[in-house]
Design a protein around this ligand. Sequence first.
Ligand SMILES: [Fe+2]
Ligand SMILES: [Fe+2]
Length: 248
Amino acid sequence: MSLYAIGDLHLHFESELKSPVQLQDRLWRDHEEKLRRNCLRLIGPEDTLLLMGDHSWGRNLSECGEDLAYIMALPGRKILLRGNHDMFWDAKKTAALNQRFAGRLLFLQNNYYAYRDYALVGTKGFTFEGPFYLDAHRRIVGWDEDAEAHARKIIERELVRLRASFDSARADGYRRFIMLLHYPPTSILEAASGFTDMAEEYGAEQVIYAHCHGESRFHDSILGEFNGVRYSLASGDYLRWQPMKVLD
Ligand SMILES: [Fe+2]
Ligand SMILES: [Fe+2]
């Protein structure tokens, strides 16, 4: 029994593809088929696969049918996290999604799922992504302060949701945590954040995140050990479409 993670599939079987990078970059060529083959090779029926958000370009559930069917057909138990592009998933209606896909897909939001003696907790998260102002040497010399203030509000809301996830697991007796975020835990300006603080507060052993795709973004946030917590990026193109093993 093993736990795997991968994110940012950006499927578009039934919807318009909105990313030129996805059309042109060789890493994205036939990525659905590469991922499907890697999953079939690595993942068995007893395993769990964490899908770290940005599942589909579809704007609503009817545009995501084939994308979700593709995910359902992957092996193992599938747990989905909400990404910024998942328009089909209203955070407040997560219970309805869980009911609709019962026995096939699990949606993680303000709840948690167990894996052995671990609780898998998480939320979409958020990170300030600019606009930044650069000098002639491409060094950051400032940023849009209104956008940053807006980001701070979203981050506060996401921290409340993350705490709800941790607390529900803790109330059920869980003491070991794997923390999942769609967004990276820190912005390119930060060494630490409310998300890294919360990982440390609850003693999470690992933080897995996605969202950073395209080579220029792979190093936007923490990779490896920081204050006793292991941070990993699990975006699909970073992993070359091979799910990352999180736990045995
Ligand atoms: Fe993405
Ligand atoms: Fe994203």
